[in-house]
Design a protein around this ligand. Structure first.
Ligand code: FHN
Length: 449
């Protein structure tokens, strides 16, 4: 558990209710179009890259368009990358002239972002990379270059203070790039105290400590930069893993793997993106979904269209996603999709439509008082069968775009029947013997050998 006395701050209550945020990776590397880490991944000449970055000058960027897209998508907060591993800053930093105000754009993109998103009622987060691929002391570390390392960590703490002092109330600080250095080497405890003094209600993620990959604390962590102790929320990356001790947020891309703009890369379908959101909501976690604007700040139109479809779906079905509890999967949802839960209400999120008037709900007990097809508002008849509920009165045709949702209002709260708790075999394959023997003993159609 965290040692931070600020844990469970009431000012954090918005986070699980918000559920769904926009991650934005936008750096000068977008002008190259081969991902956010092209400088290091392709061993590019540092000075050539710096010249390109200093000349990078987005022509059509408009933070209001990003904010409008986030609202239409049903997102409730955003996290903008202010400085990635290649070191370029999107704000008016006094500690480095490698920034968008002192170089070609002459614009403070962080200011434009926070103003645009706040004006639409969205919470604003800032991503900051501790690591910087340009700085030799970052690679040498404190043992080989103690003076250089100390100078660099002081610089990092100073830039974080700039970001949390000059742009109003910041709701999330999202660190990254801690590896291969640990919390002691980053002076993370002191940094957290400074952050809390500047922004008392801010949420700090768990990436201020590069755990030893073999350490026991890593059992739930995927990234070597994640801490099991420091931070207000967990950050499973490209996967959904519920953090058992604190809020958590899965960060995922809208394409195949890279976070920054990749020219010609394919994008995930709306269904795949909605799967990620429902998977998180069914376990009580958030989804931070990444977009990678091109060099001019334009978001891939197919990504925008897919996010818009999910936004329309959320208008009708959002109660099944926003603010849901942990452990929403009451029974084995594999037959139709996801289950999410909010107190005594269970939501069935159906990835495919049965095209028949009844829907068996395996393994859910019989405490349902009312069933509603959320997609249309129609009430359904609630029956039971040996292994669970039998809902009746469904329309033959799928009632909405993407995933229809059935709302089950229960009293008391929904529970799993024994058959669900023990799984299909219920621990004993003999339970299926009589059922199989009715056909015969052998492999031929008539049951013979
Ligand atoms: O190396 C970065 C990567 O570029 C991206 O920013 C992701 C986002 O979570 N974090 C690191 C990889 O884990």
């Amino acid at each position: 558990m965290t040692t931070d006395p600020n844990f469970n701050n009431p000012g954090h209550a918005w986070f699980p209710v918000a559920r769904y945020g926009l991650f934005i990776h936008w750096t000068p590397a977008s002008a190259i179009g081969r991902g956010e880490q092209v400088l290091m991944r392709e061993w590019l000449d540092q000075n050539d890259y710096a010249r390109m970055a200093c000349e990078w000058n987005p022509q059509t960027f408009d933070a209001n368009k990003w904010a409008d897209m986030a609202v239409d998508a049903g997102m409730r907060y955003a996290v903008l990358v202010t400085r990635h591993h290649s070191g370029y800053c999107l704000w008016d930093s006094k500690l480095s002239d490698y920034n968008s105000v002192q170089q070609a754009p002459k614009r403070d993109f962080v200011r434009e972002y926070v103003d645009a998103f706040r004006s639409r009622g969205l919470k604003v987060g800032l991503y900051y990379s501790l690591g910087d691929f340009r700085i030799p002391a970052y690679f040498e570390g404190p043992r080989r270059n103690p003076e250089g390392w100390d100078k660099y960590v002081t610089f990092v703490h100073g830039q974080v203070s700039e970001l949390l002092s000059n742009y109003g109330k910041i709701d999330v600080i999202w660190f990254d790039g801690a590896w291969p250095r640990n919390a002691e080497q980053w002076r993370s405890e002191a940094l957290i105290q400074k952050i809390r003094s500047l922004q008392p209600d801010i949420m700090i993620n768990n990436r201020l400590d590069a755990q030893d990959p073999d350490s026991a604390a890593n059992d739930q962590l995927e990234m070597p930069g994640e801490s099991a102790v420091l931070g207000d929320f967990g950050t499973p990356e490209q996967r959904v893993v519920a953090d058992l001790h604190r809020p958590w947020e899965s960060c995922q891309v809208t394409n195949h793997r890279l976070w920054g703009y990749t020219r010609g890369e394919h994008v995930k379908t709306a269904e795949v993106l909605l799967d990620a959101l429902c998977d998180c909501a069914s376990q009580g976690g958030n989804l931070l979904l990444n977009v990678a604007p091109d060099q001019d700040g334009v978001i891939h139109p197919e990504v925008e269209a897919n996010l818009g479809r999910i936004g329309e779906w959320l208008k009708q079905h959002g109660e099944a996603v926003y603010g849901t509890d942990r452990n929403g999967q009451v029974s084995d949802p594999i037959t139709y999709g996801y289950q999410s839960r909010k107190g005594k209400t269970l939501y069935l999120i159906l990835r495919f439509w049965p095209h028949r008037e009844t829907l068996p709900v395996f393994g859910v007990d019989h405490t349902v008082r009312k069933a509603t097809l959320l997609s249309t508002g129609e009430e359904l008849e609630v029956g039971t069968y040996e292994h669970g509920l039998l809902l009746k009165g469904l329309p033959m045709e799928k009632p909405c775009d993407l995933y229809p949702v059935v709302k089950l209002e229960c009293d008391p709260a929904p529970r799993a029947l024994t058959c669900a708790r023990e799984g299909v075999w219920q621990g004993d394959p003999m339970r299926f013997l009589g059922w199989a023997r009715k056909r015969g003993e052998g492999p031929h159609v008539d049951g013979s050998w």
